[in-house]
Design a protein around this ligand. Structure first.
Ligand code: UDP
Length: 211
């Protein structure tokens, strides 16, 4: 369809293409360490396959494709329930309802949280910039946090009395995740604007109005 209409195609890829990365902060040039048959593999390999198709298609037909690899994004409306409930929103909900905060593993695994407006700005800049044609580019905040730090900060901000409980780590859960965003900065002059604590405050405040 994009080819027929001479349209630009921005494909929302993911940090999951790197799997349990051995290079952190992770640059786009890293090929990833992904279990092809594990519980996360349909998602990881699905995105990897889509990237491969788009690059081949772009090369063969000159399709105007750009591939942002989005790292953990957060903000209001982050899903807190079911299979796709994220750690941050689950912790906020648990804190606000005085339930135990459920940490998987020892909480020393890391993620780097990018506030949603920063992620969206990065996506729009990539869509607009001619230099980004055919490029694969990380979008994310490079401030790495442990899951334990996240839980502690949420406890502090919500002033909750929740205990912290530890549970088995899901299989193939990446140990560290942090983007190298040098390429995005160089290509489109992007830098994140929202500091972790500010973004978290806004998110907590949205959830307290909701619940
Ligand atoms: N996690 C956790 N408790 C929860 C939900 C998730 O400790 O109630 C952990 C999860 O195992 C992972 C991290 O928090 O190590 C981030 O999980 P999330 O699902 O938010 O994002 P992803 O793993 O996709 O980066």
């Amino acid at each position: 369809l994009a080819r027929k209409n001479d349209a630009l195609l921005l494909f929302a890829s993911t940090s999951e293409v790197y799997g349990d990365a051995e290079i952190v902060p992770t640059p786009e040039s890293y090929w990833g360490k992904v279990n092809p048959i594990g519980p996360r593999s349909c998602y990881d390999e699905g995105k990897r396959f889509a990237e491969a198709l788009l690059m081949a298609y772009g090369k063969q037909y000159g399709l105007n494709v750009r591939i942002p690899r989005i790292f953990n994004s957060y903000g209001p409306r982050l899903r807190e329930d079911g299979l796709y409930g994220r750690a941050m929103s689950r912790f906020i909900l648990q804190a606000q309802t005085n339930q135990p905060i459920t940490i998987y593993g020892d909480g020393e695994q890391t993620r780097s949280f990018c506030y949603i407006t920063d992620t969206v700005t990065g996506l729009l800049l990539l869509a607009q910039n001619k230099e980004a044609k055919g490029e694969v580019v990380n979008i994310g905040n490079s401030q790495e946090k442990t899951i334990l730090e996240l839980a502690t900060k949420i406890k502090e901000l919500t002033k909750c009395k929740s205990s912290v409980t530890f549970h088995p780590l899901p299989k193939d859960d990446p140990k560290r995740r942090c983007p190298d965003t040098t390429k995005l900065e160089r290509l489109v002059g992007w830098k994140p604007n929202i500091a972790f604590e500010d973004g978290l405050k806004r998110t907590v405040s949205w959830f307290s109005k909701k619940n």
